[in-house]
Design a protein around this ligand. Structure first.
Ligand code: NDP
Length: 249
């Protein structure tokens, strides 16, 4: 029987669109109390309103730029009392920028990816895992990618940031073996979200061209995978989930 996660406190980063938003919907449906973060406050507030209306769950909104590592470090302690004991941490916020030739790599873009996709996860997990360890319960879900396992032409920087996340996630899982804290890496292939629009800096035509000839994954597909991992019995640890759309090799 699936684990009942009703009443658990879940923190989802990057909940203003795509995977994070879909994951927030599924967690609310399952009866979790939610903390949702991103930079776009209006989107978060709209989501909060919809979730509260539909599922009558408590939702706390925190505007947070993952590049601001001090703000990330301070978030857990700054949460209202009733949200402090985080059971489920979904490190989802992330992006790809400048998939470019090695002769053109932009260091600002590189820093943005390393900070958002990797360092923010290190800092937020550091602050949240302390409470999980003290209570000996919790589940950390890191949104990696096929880019965390393979590197492709032009993807040196993005793949680098996700490879770093993969190594960190595996090391974290090893460290927590024997506790009731589980660690899961989700590794999606091509999925249609705002990811490509961000990647091509607002060029929707180029963004759409990525999905030509594919029937890409959707955000709800990935939320499904996350929910599967979260709702296994506590002795079952889904270490990794590599998920492609059927038209991707
Ligand atoms: P979206 O662009 O739809 O969502 C990305 C989310 O991350 C947004 O909520 C955005 O919020 C947030 N985010 C980005 N930068 C920051 C920042 N500096 N501070 C705070 N939040 C930030 O893309 P996806 O849903 O597709 O991406 C989610 C994760 O999935 C990412 O880690 C991505 O690398 C990964 N992934 C995506 C794949 C795909 O094909 N779509 C495939 C494999 C992995 P806001 O802009 O409001 O701050």
């Amino acid at each position: 029987t699936p684990l009942d996660i009703r009443g658990q406190i879940a923190l989802v980063t990057g909940a203003s669109s795509g995977f994070g938003e879909a994951i927030a919907w599924r967690l609310a449906e399952a009866g979790c109390k939610l903390i949702i973060t991103a930079r776009r406050l209006d989107r978060l507030q709209q989501l909060q309103q919809q979730l509260v209306e539909k599922y009558q769950v408590a939702v706390h909104v925190a505007q947070l730029d993952m590049r601001d590592l001090d703000a990330v470090a301070q978030l857990p302690a700054s949460l209202p009392e009733e949200f402090q004991e985080v059971d489920i941490l979904v490190n989802n916020a992330g992006l790809a920028l400048s998939l470019s030739s090695v002769a053109d790599h932009d260091i600002e873009d590189a820093k943005t990816m390393i900070e958002t996709n990797f360092l923010s996860v290190v800092v937020l997990t550091r602050e949240v895992v302390k409470g999980m360890m003290a209570r000996n319960r919790g589940h950390i879900v890191n949104m990696s990618s096929i880019a965390g396992i393979e590197a492709y032409k032009g993807g040196g920087l993005y793949c680098g940031s996700k490879h770093a996340l993969e190594a960190y996630t595996t090391a974290t899982r090893h460290e927590l073996v024997g506790t009731n804290i589980r660690v899961t890496s989700i590794q999606p292939g091509a999925a249609k979200t705002e990811f490509s629009i961000v990647r091509f800096k607002g060029d929707v035509t180029r963004a759409d061209s990525v999905y030509e000839g594919l029937d890409p994954l959707t955000a709800p597909d990935i939320a499904d995978n996350v929910m599967y991992a979260l709702t296994r019995p506590v002795h079952v640890q889904i270490a990794e989930m590599l998920v492609f759309c059927s038209s991707q090799a």
